[in-house]
Design a protein around this ligand. Structure first.
Ligand SMILES: *Cc1c(COP(=O)(O)O)cnc(C)c1O
Ligand code: SF4
Length: 344
């Protein structure tokens, strides 16, 4: 008999293998044409199209402005050359100083780059030009990275990142998490991932137990930009994690034509909370080459977050932030002041 865990993991891995990687075929499935959509084969060669079917099924056929489609379709706008947009907008490659595969920018937290690549290619991604090949970790390198963490008692939180760290098998994740838990000064484990949103069957029993059968407090930060990304299956996956005691947060990127309206952001927060996930960050776009058409200005972002604050309880308003190289934390952007709040 095949154990439950393997059944599930075969599931998500086959969904990943069946992902749509051809932009023209993607559009044909949606009754749209490459011409009408400005599809660019050149852009797709530089950063490939990758859309697993569970995500593709949430796109509305025939709608050229679908906010999910806009996040995944390579278009000619990506080939525009814009001043101020670079390949490494947040100064990450210069920060992999301690060890290949480790990024530390902030006090107490280190980021481990576990996987090269993702389950979906988001066109606005600030790591779209990241040299994953130089940072891919072999087993030996993992051990060296863990030695570096063990040697630095100021580190209290290890963040698994990538690419998408949940591309790694449950077995390897379990081993890695156990090894991290063996380092006495580490208290928290954080996983930054878009996979449960893209392929919710990734939340296997094996993953849930890897995150919970440990003395570490586990936090899972998903990445969703629109309420329509959070369907029943994603909701069920989040409930499994929460029931097991994993804290769930969401981060989004503010994207023109995707979620740059107060009502859209409010609906996202409402839907996140309904499935047990707290809004955490709303990132202003990192100025990465090829993504200028997604940019929303800081001024517009401030106005939007003020409008969202007027619609929702405070705990459902994400923090608007920008990543700046060389800062001790992500920079918080204050909402535009409206009237003086009543604070009695
Ligand atoms: C965003 C980020 C973190 C986590 O920052 P928090 O404010 O704790 O969420 C850690 N390391 C790097 C390199 C980051 O970019
Ligand atoms: S899942 Fe995250 S890291 Fe991967 S392409 Fe999308 S935004 Fe980038």
């Amino acid at each position: 008999m095949i154990p439950q865990t393997e059944l599930h993991s075969a599931d998500w891995q086959s969904e990943l293998r069946a992902a749509e990687t051809d932009g023209t075929a993607l559009l044909a499935r949606l009754n749209l044409t490459p011409r009408q959509m400005g599809f660019s084969a050149v852009a797709a060669r530089e950063f490939s199209v990758l859309v697993p079917l569970p995500y593709l099924q949430r796109i509305t056929p025939g709608d050229p402005n679908d906010p999910l489609l806009r996040q995944v379709l390579a278009t000619s706008e990506e080939t525009l050359v814009k001043p101020g947009y670079s390949d490494d907008p947040v100064g990450e490659t210069g920060d992999t100083i301690r060890h290949p595969g480790i990024i530390q920018k902030y006090h107490g937290r280190v980021l481990l780059i576990l996987a090269s690549g993702c389950a979906i290619n988001c066109r606005y991604c600030f790591r779209r030009h990241f040299p994953y090949e130089d940072n891919r970790q072999s087993r030996r390198e993992w051990l060296q990275a863990l030695d570096a963490i063990a040697a630095d008692t100021s580190i209290t939180e290890v963040i698994l990142s990538g690419g998408d760290p949940l591309l790694v098998s449950d077995q390897r994740l379990t081993e890695l998490i156990q090894a991290i838990a063996d380092i006495g000064h580490v208290k928290r484990l954080r996983v930054h991932t878009r996979l449960p949103v893209v392929i919710p069957s990734r939340v296997t029993p094996g993953l849930v137990s890897a995150l919970t059968a440990t003395r570490l407090r586990s936090v899972l930060v998903i990445h969703s930009n629109h309420a329509r990304e959070l369907d029943e299956e994603v909701g069920a996956a989040m409930r499994r994690l929460r029931a097991a005691g994993v804290d769930l947060l969401n981060q989004s990127v503010l994207l023109k034509g995707v979620n740059d309206r107060a009502s859209t952001l409010a609906a996202l927060s409402e839907q996140l909370f309904a499935i047990g996930v707290m809004p955490y960050y709303l990132h202003l776009l990192d100025k990465v080459r090829g993504a200028s058409h997604f940019d929303v200005s800081e001024q517009a972002g401030k106005a939007l977050i003020a409008a969202v604050s007027a619609l929702l309880p405070g705990y459902l308003v994400p923090k608007l932030v920008r990543e700046e190289a060389g800062q001790p934390a992500k920079s918080a952007i204050a909402p535009l002041a409206t009237e003086t709040a009543d604070r009695c």
